[in-house]
Design a protein around this ligand. Structure first.
Ligand code: NAD
Length: 491
């Protein structure tokens, strides 16, 4: 890989009670860059004692933060947004170096999205309103929306800054304090955001601990002083989070995995649709997105020519060094995920009658063999019950499954325990709405394949999650609890 400039420290620390501190056990995790497999920095391997310190700090900070007026809290969040702005390029480069997302197509947009998140939740902080019940003239009966206390949040590596910013801004806007367990594979840019945020927040309001899920993560979800768990990650770990929460009866929000269908109707055999399905599959994020439309159901009458259009579109995209401006697609986050994705490709290509319309197993020699690069792969001739069509691969692998009638395709689309998102491609709005209302998913897109927008009630159904955090309503539901007050004013 060519030499590039990325401005990061060799070593990062945890943020606890406004101070930057090493892990109490002095253990460290090396952060490897998937672009060339080099170690770029080390971070604390936080554990139970670090989490306990962070939760104590957040508990102490809570009453003061709760009692700051919501508009003043919102202003602080907006100051954080302004303060991140001059650092977009530097932080975007760090994301690309640590998780392999391409700088031009992904990482810059991600940091800008995070800025927007702080602005959005900063501007709605004062909209956390309760209700009044109209009873009679001498009774005042009203509800308050109160912050819960210490929120324990856990986020993944695939969009580390965006997802961490969502937890920080929404939990804090509602008046909670936060302990965030940052992802061990991509913690650096999150710590950069925390550095900026910490300059604008009272001490202890935001705490960030890095560590493994089974150590720091477990310590956070079982800590008795955490009043709410907010998790984004895999369904398997989400289930463990819910189990831990059930033991103490604390509320959870879970944003989990997906195996999302894209349905292409016979009237949609067009280039813009093919391009839309490529966007929907999140190929420029190496398919490492929970909303990736990885099951492409194409009407049998158009399947061959539509797949030709998809492969033609993919041939315009370049896989390469995430820090190179000419790369559209970067690297898979780490060796474990790389091996997993390769395993699925291998298995998918060994199914009866299947083949790769494009892509396949990655090169073992040449410039891309030095990192974790996988070409976009489209597997045709797949049956809906194969593992590649049922399990979340979280890599650039799309399976093409032909269909004949609408009931059949809806049945296949719903034949999954996931229910996060879906994409429908047709000119016939009646058909599109019929399908949209029949598909079991939290978010349906018709004739578009983009990412989430702030203000949407984004989230999953079935095993894809519980709760919504992307909007004002989501913030209120997820990060406050209702208290009802009834007063007889005649006495
Ligand atoms: P993961 O579940 O393995 O890890 C996510 C986080 O949980 C990490 O910080 C990890 O350290 C922590 N963790 C792991 N085990 C834990 C435990 N026992 N207790 C507490 N914390 C624990 O997921 P990942 O591989 O990092 O991310 C990919 C997954 O995230 C995919 O399934 C993807 O679909 C999902 N995701 C969902 C959304 C969404 O909005 N629905 C967004 C992004 C990613």
């Amino acid at each position: 890989m060519a030499a590039v400039t990325v401005d990061y420290a060799d070593q990062y620390l945890n943020l606890i009670d406004g101070e930057w501190v090493a892990g109490r056990d002095d253990q460290w995790i090396d952060v490897e860059s998937p672009r060339d497999r080099s170690t770029i920095a080390r971070v604390p391997r936080g554990g139970e004692k670090d989490i306990a310190d962070a939760v104590d700090a957040a508990s102490r900070a809570f009453p003061g933060w709760r009692d700051i007026s919501p508009r003043a809290r919102g202003r602080l969040l907006q100051q954080i947004a302004d303060a991140i702005e001059p650092h977009v390029e530097r932080i975007a480069r760090i994301i690309s170096a640590e998780n392999g997302n391409a700088l031009r197509t992904q990482s810059r947009g991600e940091v800008n999205f995070a800025i927007d998140v702080f602005r959005y939740f900063g501007s709605v902080a004062s909209e956390v309103k309760g209700e009044t019940l109209p009873l009679n003239s001498h009774v005042l009966d009203y509800s308050r929306r109160e912050p819960i206390g210490v929120v324990g949040a856990i986020t993944p590596w695939n969009a580390p800054v965006q997802l961490a910013a969502m937890k920080m801004a929404s939990a804090l806007a509602a008046g909670n304090t936060l302990v965030l367990k940052a992802p061990e594979d991509a913690p650096l840019a999150v710590l950069e955001i925390a550095t900026i945020a910490n300059e604008h927040l009272p001490r202890g309001v935001l705490n960030v601990v890095v560590g493994y899920g089974t150590e720091a993560g477990e310590a956070l979800i079982t800590n008795p002083d955490v009043g709410k768990l907010s998790f984004t990650g895999s369904t398997a770990v989400g289930s463990r989070i819910m189990q831990a929460a059930s033991e103490r009866i604390v509320p959870v929000s879970l944003e989990l995995g997906g195996k999302n269908p894209q349905i292409v109707y016979p009237d949609a055999n067009e280039d813009w649709v093919a391009q839309g399905t490529v966007t929907g599959m999140r190929f420029v994020r190496q398919g490492q997105s929970c909303t990736a439309g990885s099951r492409l159901f194409v009407h049998r009458s158009i399947v061959d020519s539509f797949v030709d259009k998809v492969t033609a579109n993919l041939s315009t995209l370049t896989v390469g060094d995430p820090l190179d401006e000419t790369s559209d697609i970067g690297a898979i986050v780490n060796k474990k995920q790389f091996d997993r994705v390769c395993g699925y490709i291998d298995e998918g290509l060994h199914g009866q009658g299947s083949s790769a319309a494009v892509g396949g197993l990655p090169p073992t020699a040449g410039p891309l063999a030095g990192g974790y690069y996988v070409e976009p792969t489209v597997i045709v001739g797949v049956e809906n019950n194969w593992r590649v069509a049922q399990e979340e691969i979280f890599g650039p692998v799309m399976c093409v499954i032909p269909w004949d009638d609408e009931d059949e395709v809806i049945r296949m689309a719903n034949d999954t325990h996931y229910g996060l998102s879906a994409f429908i491609w047709t000119h016939d709005i009646g058909r599109a709405l019929r399908a949209a209302h029949s598909i079991e998913a939290g978010w349906i897109q018709v004739n578009q394949g983009g990412g989430q927008v702030l203000g949407q009630s984004y989230g999953g159904v079935k095993s894809s999650g519980i709760g919504r955090e992307f909007s004002l309503e989501g913030m209120i539901e997820s990060f406050t609890q209702r208290k009802h007050v009834s007063i007889d004013t005649s006495r």
